[in-house]
Design a protein around this ligand. Sequence first.
Ligand code: FAD
Length: 189
Amino acid sequence: MNSSNPIHRILIVGGGAAGLELATSLGKKLGKPGIAEIILLDASHTHIWKPLLHEVAAGTLDASEELEYLAQAHRNYFRFRLGKMEGLNRAAKEIYVSPTYNDAGEELIPQRTFSYDTLVMSVGSVSNTFNIEGVAQHCMFIDTIAEAFKFQKSLVEAYIKTHAIQKCNGQVKQDTFLDLFLMELTLKL
Ligand SMILES: Cc1cc2nc3c(=O)[nH]c(=O)nc-3n(C[C@H](O)[C@H](O)[C@H](O)COP(=O)(O)OP(=O)(O)OC[C@H]3O[C@@H](n4cnc5c(N)ncnc54)[C@H](O)[C@@H]3O)c2cc1C
């Protein structure tokens, strides 16, 4: 709280299982009656419950399970801001957020500074390689939905590569199992 902003500002960094639940709950309790301003910052604009990522990787779940932070914020009286936190000044009660770019590399949002009265850090964790040689280079991790989709694509490509063609009397023939697999994929999409 300060003279220019009389409402207490609660800034939550990371909208995962913990941060999203907290923002939703505080939004309803403190945001709705105007007791506090709740801001959720996340590096992504959507959330997916991480224990579902293996289903995305296996191809049995698509992006429809993702929750739009903006929609959740609107329904639950908190604000959502897109961006990745890159620095913190506890004395000044400020965090620094990197610029956000689109897939083409265009800058969508410039670098920003957010002030807060209360800061909640809920940035989660990522897989640990334990410095085992080769793990970082050769393992596929499933910490984010982008990584899960990447795994799924590699899986399908590996399957296609292995089963797509078989030589039959000098002629290239598509495998029946692949026909069924591709048909199932088409029906699903
Ligand atoms: C594949 C998989 C399966 C799992 N299965 C289970 C299970 O069956 N049961 C179970 O209990 N647990 C399971 N877990 C663990 C569980 O998902 C985590 O314990 C839980 O998600 C942790 O919640 P969190 O809010 O701390 O972090 P997360 O859910 O990881 O959320 C962190 C959020 O912070 C954001 N973020 C990170 N850095 C920044 C930054 N610098 N700036 C802005 N935003 C940032 C991320 O985008 C993310 O949205 C699983 C995890 C994975 C990966």
